[in-house]
Design a protein around this ligand. Structure first.
Ligand code: HEC
Length: 89
């Protein structure tokens, strides 16, 4: 019983794999630091959609320094993940 559960988990991890969404450090950091309040990631980007990617990065960096992402590496990972996956016009 315990053993077959372990096998199932091992297979599930293998399927997700190193390129799987759950292993993106930005996604992980977002899940930990942001998702409890911002369930839909694309929504937090709405006020920034008219900006260029560079302007958006800058604006998010400034905001998130004082808004739940003080850690430089986590903040950068979150911003990159949002930019790559959740810019919806
Ligand atoms: C404790 C709840 C909470 C957490 C955690 C949180 N936020 Fe927010 N966030 C808010 C609230 C409240 C606002 C302002 C009201 C609004 O616009 O929804 C806001 C505003 C924002 C905005 C401004 C755009 C907007 O929708 O007004 C962005 C971008 C944002 N949050 C991103 C993040 C990110 C990224 C994280 C994780 C690092 C995060 N937030 C964590 C509650 C939270």
């Amino acid at each position: 019983m315990g053993r077959s559960l372990g096998v199932v988990i091992a297979i599930a991890l293998a399927v997700v794999g190193p390129a799987g969404a759950a292993t993106d450090p930005g996604e992980r950091a977002y899940a930990e630091a942001c998702a409890s309040c911002h369930r839909v990631p694309s929504r937090v980007l709405r006020p920034y959609l008219s900006m260029t990617p560079d302007q958006r990065r800058q604006a998010l960096d400034t905001l998130l320094k004082e808004h739940y992402a003080e850690d430089d590496a986590k903040r950068a990972a979150i911003i990159a993940w949002l930019e790559a996956n959740h810019v919806r016009r």
